[in-house]
Design a protein around this ligand. Structure first.
Ligand code: OAA
Ligand code: MG
Length: 229
């Protein structure tokens, strides 16, 4: 296990992956205020359906571990694969600290973990560091742990599973800002993540203007129906 002046556990998550890709700049000005729109992920899912994109995941598959929050932000992606060699002790292999060097405040960490939710790739210490870096939320196709600590950090997190068993020494971080798989969806760095208590959508930046235009039309129609115009 590696050590530094903060102690032996301070380096957890700082494994260097083989692939570090580009994170596109994305203009999120038009998404200002979207986090307050009721039912946002459902409306966005309908719009993406109409545009021919299948880029949404249900909260049945990936429940919100802290409820009542809607998060909108640019995706920073992390990819894990099974560790190829069994280690004598659970050393590192997690890469969230390395990934956090590539984020801007308001970004959303989107992590391809083990999918099945057997092994954790994100816990209380990772949540603390993510909040320090201004991360808006975390989406994990895999497991998280230390849910009480994550809740205390008030960090919105969605995940396939929850476990006490770490992915350290079992999973290997292989890529930051590379395309990843979240359930049946391919997520690319720079996609706009829209996550709430119904589901998680990943909007490609090139269709964001059209999505915004259609969203405004739908919201106007909903206000007319509700008599709140
Ligand atoms: O080892 C893990 O799964 C991560 C962890 O506990 C933490 O970040 O606190
Ligand atoms: Mg922990």
């Amino acid at each position: 296990m590696s050590t530094n002046k903060e102690g032996p556990r301070a380096a957890i998550g700082s494994h260097q992956p083989a692939h570090i890709g580009e994170l596109p700049e994305v203009d999120l000005a038009m998404t200002e205020g979207w986090g307050d729109i009721p039912g946002l992920s459902s409306t966005i899912s309908d719009i993406l359906d109409d545009l021919g994109y299948h880029l949404c995941v249900s909260c049945t598959a990936m429940p919100a571990r802290s409820t009542g929050r809607c998060v909108v932000g640019r995706a920073v992606t992390l990819r894990y694969l099974p560790e190829r060699r069994v280690r004598e002790s659970a050393s590192d292999g997690l890469i969230h600290q390395s990934a956090l060097q590539h984020v801007s405040p308001g970004d959303v960490l989107v992590i391809e973990g083990d999918g099945a939710g057997q092994y954790s790739v994100f816990g209380g210490m990772a949540a603390h560091r993510a909040v320090q870096r201004g991360i808006a939320g975390v989406v994990v196709d895999g497991a998280v742990r230390d849910v009480d600590q994550i809740t205390d950090e008030q960090l919105p997190v969605w995940s396939t599973g929850v476990t006490c068993v770490t992915g350290r020494g079992r999973l290997q971080g292989v890529g930051i800002n590379v395309p990843i798989r979240i359930q049946r969806v391919q997520v690319c760095p720079g996609d706009i993540v829209i996550a709430d208590d119904s589901g998680i959508c990943f909007v490609p930046p090139e269709v964001l203007p059209e999505v915004g235009r259609r969203l405004n039309e739908i919201l106007a129609e909903e206000r007319r129906i509700l008599g709140t115009r």
